[in-house]
Structures are given as structure tokens and as C-alpha cells.
Design a protein around this ligand. Structure first.
Ligand code: E4P
Length: 217
């Protein structure tokens, strides 16, 4: 399973990259705003800065909601760097834009997926990734993991090459559950990723090993 980090924070991206386990980055307009990045040129430069930190794919989201606007924006984003994947919202014009980009060899990530039907449409249009939002489904008492399971079955039935990018990850169990189901990618915050490191028995065991070593040296 590929690990993407879901942030526009350069320090956190560097920290995950330094661990050697990072395969890419996802961002969205809210995450950009959280870092105080605004204005077209600054946003573009920030995407380039992210691409220069990581080796893998970097999702850059369009703001337009009409076909022409999405094409204009997406082409400009894709031209920034070869690692850029154009993030397109799950709306009718978005599906048309994904189809267009697919025919031009520009990779896309269809975002704001909340149902298996939406995932199927985006895959048929040729999306490189689809992003089902687990955490936000859980927030409204709907099983987000179940959605990943349904999409996995549908994509396997028809050999879709579209990758399932499990998004809106909130905690380490989301990551484990996605790995069990066979999500291709997960994107989450740094604290959900580093939480995978932790186990109290590891800490107790290491402390004991070091204590015993110190006694004999
Ligand atoms: C996906 O690419 C989105 O950026 C993200 O995962 C949304 O997560 P949130 O529900 O924690 O905002």
C-alpha cells in the first residue's frame, strides 16, 4: 500500500519523507488555506516546493466547477511539474474533465467520493485515482471502510486500473483496515502515520534491553 501524507505543511512533508516511507502528497484548498498559502502564483509555487521534497505524486486541486475552467486550471497545474496529479471534484463537469485529461495523458484524482456509484463513474472516465473520504462518512454514522470494500470489489470485477486512494483518514486503525481490504493508497495526517510506530510493549522492551546492557558495560 502506498502512503501519502494529507497536508500542505512543508515541515510535516519533510518529516514523513525523511522516514523513507512516503509515496506522495495530497492537498486540498482547505489545507492550503491552513498554511496561509493564497493567490494563484503562491499556490503554484507551493506545489512546486512540495514536488521538490517528495519523489511521488502530488495532488493539486482545481477550484473551478465548470468544464472549461477545470481544463484551464488543470492544464496549468499539470505543467508545473511531472509529479502533479490534477485533483477534480466529483461533479458532472468533473467527470467530463477527467475524461478529457485521460485522453491527453494527464493524470487525475477524483475527490469527494462518498458512494460506490461515484467511484464507478470516475473510473469509467479514466481517473488515475479516486478518493473516497472515510473519516467524513464515519462522522455521519456511515461506515467509511465498507465503502472502500465495495469499491475494491467493483474495480476488481472489471479490472479497472484506477487506484483507490483512501482519504480522510483519521487514525491508525483506518490505515490498518484499508490495508486489509486492499486500498492501493492511503492519505492521512502525519500523526495517524506516526501512530503506527507506537506500542507500549516496544517501549518497555527497549527500556529493559538498554537497562540490562548498561548493567554489564
Ligand atoms: C483528500 O485528499 C482530502 O484532502 C482529505 O483526505 C480530507 O480529509 P479530512 O476529512 O480530514 O478533511
Amino acid at each position: 500500500m502506498k502512503f501519502f501524507i494529507d497536508t500542505a505543511n512543508l515541515d510535516q512533508i519533510k518529516e514523513a519523507q525523511d522516514m523513507g516511507i512516503l509515496d506522495g502528497v495530497t492537498t486540498n484548498p482547505s489545507l492550503m488555506a491552513k498554511e496561509g498559502i493564497s493567490g494563484t502564483e503562491k499556490v503554484k509555487q507551493h506545489y512546486i516546493d512540495i514536488c521538490n521534497i517528495v519523489d511521488g505524486d502530488v495532488s493539486a486541486e482545481v477550484i473551478s466547477t465548470d468544464f472549461d475552467g477545470m481544463i484551464r486550471e488543470g492544464e496549468a497545474l499539470a505543467a508545473l511539474h511531472e509529479q502533479i496529479v490534477v485533483k477534480i471534484p466529483m461533479i458532472k463537469d468533473g467527470i467530463k474533465a477527467i475524461k478529457y485529461f485521460s485522453s491527453k495523458g494527464i493524470r487525475t484524482n477524483c475527490t469527494l467520493i462518498f458512494s460506490a456509484g461515484q467511484a464507478l463513474l470516475a473510473a469509467k472516465a479514466g481517473a488515475s485515482y479516486i478518493s473516497p473520504f472515510l473519516g467524513r462518512l464515519d462522522d455521519v454514522s456511515t461506515d467509511g471502510i465498507n465503502l472502500i470494500d465495495e469499491i475494491r470489489m467493483i474495480f476488481d470485477n472489471y479490472f479497472f486500473e484506477t487506484e483507490i486512494l483512501a482519504a480522510s483518514i483519521r487514525h491508525p486503525m483506518h490505515i490498518i483496515d484499508c490495508a486489509k481490504i486492499g486500498a492501493d493508497v492511503m492519505t492521512g495526517p502525519l500523526n495517524a502515520i506516526t501512530a503506527l510506530l507506537k506500542h507500549p510493549l516496544t517501549d518497555i522492551g527497549l527500556a529493559k534491553f538498554l537497562e540490562d546492557h548498561a548493567k554489564n558495560n
